[in-house]
Design a protein around this ligand. Structure first.
Ligand code: ADP
Ligand code: ASP
Ligand code: MG
Length: 718
């Protein structure tokens, strides 16, 4: 299990120290390996003070969450902590927190979404006293009648001090000097701290956290030494007691006089004690240190162990790691990949590897086919292309075995990836994950060939260019893994192709919709079918560099934003423009043109009809270059009654992609102005909320992309 720790105050650093020092012992006793994978804190000097290695320092919450299976929140407060916990749960992480205020007041926001328990907060109540796991596990089938106790060490210490005959203010001062009370003691002395704890306990039992506004609360500020003397004269003590009466559904915190035979009588000083009354096992009492770094950290560690049991079931620990051709194009890089896989295995994760063919192997095989045949047979083509991935999976498996791990390579067919028989662009119709799961549970690292599958008759098929990405996300879904890591030769998804724009920057997070647009508009990075599948099944994708430690780009539902944002600029010069000259200006012609294209399986992107002159129009549309051979121009000419059809291929489509781009015309204006300033003429325009595209002369494409990148200051975006 990878543990991410947010906050390195006294509790957080104690958790870090215990996991670092006693990791092996914890593993020996619990059978679970827990390693700290990332930490984050506001005070940066802490990193050095605690000797934290630089690669453990997270850049931000997302970086921490993505690289952890269990997120430990010890930041405190309700703002940042609330965001962290929400995001962690959304990304299917398990969360352990000590934050009573947050759970008491906002706990209802966090529960309910996941069928599996994913939020643990033993440390929020009673420090070293394991009251929550007791209620949740041991007493689960008992009817709990009442919980009552001394839940706040500070007030209990003050009241105990006052027994020596001093007044409240004097006792508070001593508590502050000893570090038992804070400079601003209100939360403790007004009884709120105890009330938060009651609210948490009620939530544990009833599933709803009432919050302290629903708990009658009275503190100890009004108590003076005469009250204590009066109580003592009738052999009683005053204690601040929190009570939940589950039968009546009531909860309150108030100072109460208790008698000598009360089990809470002897609980003095900073100690806490909780009495539980159940229907089956009667009454019993738990007593111990209620606060302090070590007891709290211990409660967190035991939550981590409890959580790891659930997290394992949730198969959070299966992670897909897909390596693209650029990441495995030499023996050295393959060995590097194996080392990365080894690090993953060491951190307690079960990786399933997906690989593409080495380097430009697929292009080379295509070229070979063209040399021997002018129109290669599609079945044979897939048979040929599939060898590329078959070669790389065997090499990767060998490299992993060389490092002493068990690994096995599986072709698409062996991995039971079933497809339809649409050779060269097959659709996955099902995956039988049993075999891979069996290898996983026997400690193997399966290495699956990307980009290929087989039909039910055993024919080998391929999934379209860039199809290994699709294999990876589909496997993530089939294996119940929520995260799919795609490794490349670049640090993530950039604001522009880094080969064209030197100043392009990796984007930290992006929504599936934006990524789909980016892929469709020419950014290779991730196959658009893969992004579409990931969006449909809520698979989070992390695009990372296979050979560096950069954090990468998270592709997920994205953070909801209202204001327009331009994220990236792309160019696509593989489009061609087909112009139908002098088409009769009559209803029905456009429909006929589109019908003809549909029959010929040619997809069009932009379309314009213009320059009406007399009874004729000119109609133009763009298609992908690879569709040109499918276009039967003579048929189209006859059906459209065009005088002539011309094809222009020296064009490029430049697109800006982002959120709410058409919310204001200012964005389009900046785009057009930038091109005008560079003397670039716009031939066609199309816009949607997430994209604005223009067609220009392909010779100007790189210039345009660079100018647009600067105009929208994309080098500054993070
Ligand atoms: P892989 O072999 O890993 O599948 P690809 O060749 O498909 O890799 O895609 C990676 C390449 O995509 C990078 O080397 C990069 O030059 C190019 N690329 C184009 N646009 C972008 C972009 N917006 N962000 C990142 N990389 C991009
Ligand atoms: N090797 C295949 C291709 O080059 C699949 C992939 O890389 O994803 O398209
Ligand atoms: Mg690719």
């Amino acid at each position: 299990m990878r543990i991410g720790i947010a906050g390195l105050g006294t509790v957080g650093s104690c958790v870090y120290a215990i996991l670092s020092d006693k990791g092996d012992e914890i593993e020996k006793r619990s059978g679970r390996r827990c390693v700290v994978s990332k930490v984050i804190t506001r005070t940066h000097s802490k990193y050095e003070k605690l000797g934290i290695p630089s690669d453990l320092i997270a850049e931000d919450f997302e970086d921490l969450i993505i690289n952890s299976d269990i997120v430990v929140e010890t930041i405190g407060g309700t703002e940042a902590a609330r965001t962290l916990i929400k995001q962690s749960l959304e990304l299917n992480r398990t969360v352990v927190t000590a934050n009573k205020m947050l759970i008491s007041e906002f706990g209802n926001e966090f529960t309910g979404s996941s069928p599996i328990k994913s939020l643990f907060f033993e440390a929020a109540v009673g420090g070293g006293i394991p009251i929550i796991s007791l209620l949740e596990d041991y007493l689960i089938f008992h009817g709990i009648r009442r919980v009552r106790g001394i839940l706040n060490g500070t007030t209990n210490f003050i009241l105990s001090q006052m027994l020596t005959g001093i007044d409240y203010s004097e006792a508070l001062e001593i508590a502050q000097k000893k570090g038992y009370a804070e400079a601003d003691p209100s939360s403790d002395v007004k009884g709120y701290d105890a009330a938060y704890k009651l609210s948490v306990l009620m939530g544990v039992k009833t599933g709803v956290f009432p919050g302290i506004s629903n708990i009658d609360t009275m503190g100890i500020e009004e108590i003076n030494k005469r009250d204590l003397e009066r109580a003592a004269s009738s052999d009683k003590k005053v204690k601040l007691i929190g009570t939940i009466d589950f039968e009546k559904g009531s909860a309150f915190v108030k100072p109460q006089e208790i008698e000598r035979n009360d089990p809470l009588w002897s609980v003095d000083g900073v100690e806490n004690a909780i009495e539980v009354e159940t229907d089956l096992s009667g009454r019993f009492i738990l007593r111990g240190e209620g606060a302090g770094a070590k007891p709290t950290a211990t409660a967190i560690i035991s939550d981590i162990l409890r959580a790891s049991r659930y997290a394992e079931k949730q198969s959070n620990s299966v992670v897909i790691m897909k390596f693209g051709g650029t990441s495995v194009d030499s023996a050295e890089k393959i060995k590097d990949v194996a080392k990365r896989v080894q690090r993953k295995v060491m951190s307690g994760v079960k990786p399933v590897i997906v690989v593409s063919a080495m380097g430009v192997e697929t292009d080379t095989l295509h070229g070979l086919a063209q040399e021997v045949s002018s129109k290669p047979n599609v079945r044979e083509m897939d048979m040929l292309l599939a060898t590329g991935e078959q070669k790389s999976i065997a090499l990767v498996a060998m490299a992993i075995q060389e490092l002493g791990m068990k690994s096995i390579s599986l072709s698409g067919n062996q991995a039971r990836i079933q497809t339809d028989s649409n050779f060269s662009n097959a659709r996955i119709v099902g995956i039988d994950a049993d075999l891979i799961n069996r290898y996983l549970s026997n400690g193997y690292v399966p290495v699956v060939a990307g980009f290929q599958g087989s039909t039910y008759t055993g024919e080998i098929t391929t999934l379209g260019r860039g199809g290994s990405d699709l294999t990876a996300v589909v496997l993530a879904k089939a294996l119940g893994s929520q995260l799919c890591e795609i490794y490349k030769d670049v640090d993530g998804v950039y604001s522009a192709d880094p080969r064209i724009v030197r100043k392009a920057r990796p984007i930290k997070e992006i929504s599936w919709e934006e990524m789909i647009e980016l892929s469709k508009q020419g950014a290779q990075v991730l196959q658009s079918r893969a992004s579409e599948f990931a969006r449909k099944y809520d698979i989070k994708v992390l695009v990372k560099n296979a050979h560096s430690k950069a954090r990468g780009t998270l592709i997920w539902r994205g953070s909801k934003v209202e204001q327009p944002i331009v994220r990236a600029v792309t160019s696509d010069d593989e489009i061609v423009k087909v112009v139908l000259q002098e088409v009769p200006d009559r209803p029905g012609i456009a429909a006929r043109v589109l019908k003809t294209l549909a029959e010929q399986n040619v997809n069009i992107d932009m379309i314009i009809q213009s320059m009406r002159s007399g009874e004729f129009n000119t109609m133009a549309f763009t298609i992908h270059g690879s569709d040109l051979s499918k276009l039967k121009q003579d048929i189209l000419k006859t059906r459209s009654e065009a005088k002539e059809i011309t094809v222009e291929s020296s064009i490029a489509k430049i697109s800006i992609v982002g959120v709410n781009l058409t919310a204001t015309p200012a964005i389009a204006a900046t785009l057009f102005e930038t091109l005008a300033n560079e003397g670039i003429n716009i031939d066609m325009i199309s816009a949607s909320n997430s994209r604005i595209s223009v067609v220009i002369d392909s010779k100007m494409a790189d210039l345009a992309v660079n100018a647009i990148h600067s105009a929208f200051s994309l080098e500054e975006t993070v």
